[in-house]
Design a protein. Structure first.
Length: 212
C-alpha cells in the first residue's frame, strides 16, 4: 500500500489539479469584482460545466472560502518562495513560508476554521463526495516548492515523506492545535511551528547524509 503518493503524478491526477485550480482562479477573479459569483458564473469563467463544479466542490460556500484564502495568501507566499537569496536553502524556504503564513493568519485563520468545518463532515443534502482531496492542494504545492532543493538528493520516497510530515506541522490545523489546545500566544506559536518544521527538514538531511 502506498502511503505517500508523489505530488507530481501524471495523467488524470494532474488534470484534476488543473481543473480544480481553474475553478478556484475563476472564483477569485469574479469575487474581486465586488459581488458573490454564482455557480453558473464560475462555471462559465472556468470553461467547465456546473456538474464539474459540484464534483470538486459540493458546496458553493466551500469554493468561495477556498478562493478567498488563496487570493489572500498566494501573492505573499509566492514572493517569499521566489526570493533568490533562498534558492538553494530548503530550511530557509520553509521558514519563509511559515513566517509569511503566520503574518497573514489574522485574516486567513478565520477562513481556515470555516474551511475545516465545511470539509471535515460528509457533504450535506446527499451531495456526492468531491473528487480527490476535499481541501485545496495549495499547501502541498507550497511545501513542494520550498523543499525543491532537496528533491534530488533525498530521493523520491524520503522527499515525499518529508512533505507529508511538514503537512502536519505547517498550516491551519497546526495553528488551531497550538492556540486552542496548548493556549499559545502568536509569538510562541510561531516559534513552535518553525522549530518543528526545521526539525523535520534537518532530520531528513541528516538521514540522507548518514546513508551517503
Amino acid at each position: 500500500m502506498t502511503t505517500d503518493r508523489p505530488v507530481r503524478s501524471g495523467g488524470r491526477e494532474a488534470q484534476r489539479r488543473r481543473t480544480r485550480k481553474a475553478i478556484i482562479d475563476a472564483a477569485v477573479r469574479l469575487s474581486t469584482l465586488g459581488s458573490t459569483p454564482s455557480v453558473d458564473e464560475i462555471a462559465a469563467a472556468a470553461d467547465v460545466s456546473r456538474r464539474t463544479i459540484y464534483m470538486y466542490f459540493p458546496a458553493l460556500d466551500e469554493l468561495l472560502v477556498d478562493a478567498t484564502a488563496g487570493a489572500l495568501n498566494e501573492p505573499p507566499v509566492e514572493a517569499a518562495l521566489s526570493d533568490p537569496a533562498l534558492a538553494d536553502d530548503a530550511t530557509g524556504r520553509v521558514d519563509a513560508l511559515i513566517q509569511t503564513l503566520l503574518d497573514h493568519s489574522p485574516q486567513s485563520l478565520p477562513l481556515g476554521r470555516r474551511m475545516i468545518r465545511l470539509t471535515v463532515d460528509p457533504p450535506a443534502n446527499g451531495a456526492a463526495e468531491a473528487i480527490g482531496p476535499r481541501r485545496s492542494q495549495r499547501r502541498i504545492e507550497w511545501l513542494d516548492k520550498a523543499c525543491e532543493p532537496l528533491r534530488d538528493s533525498l530521493g523520491e520516497p524520503a522527499y515525499q515523506r518529508l512533505i507529508s510530515a511538514l503537512t502536519m506541522v505547517v498550516g491551519w490545523e497546526a495553528q488551531i492545535a497550538l492556540r486552542d489546545v496548548r493556549g499559545l500566544d502568536p509569538e510562541a506559536e510561531r516559534e513552535a511551528m518553525t522549530w518543528a518544521a526545521r526539525a523535520l527538514v534537518e532530520t531528513a538531511i541528516r538521514e540522507r547524509d548518514q546513508k551517503a
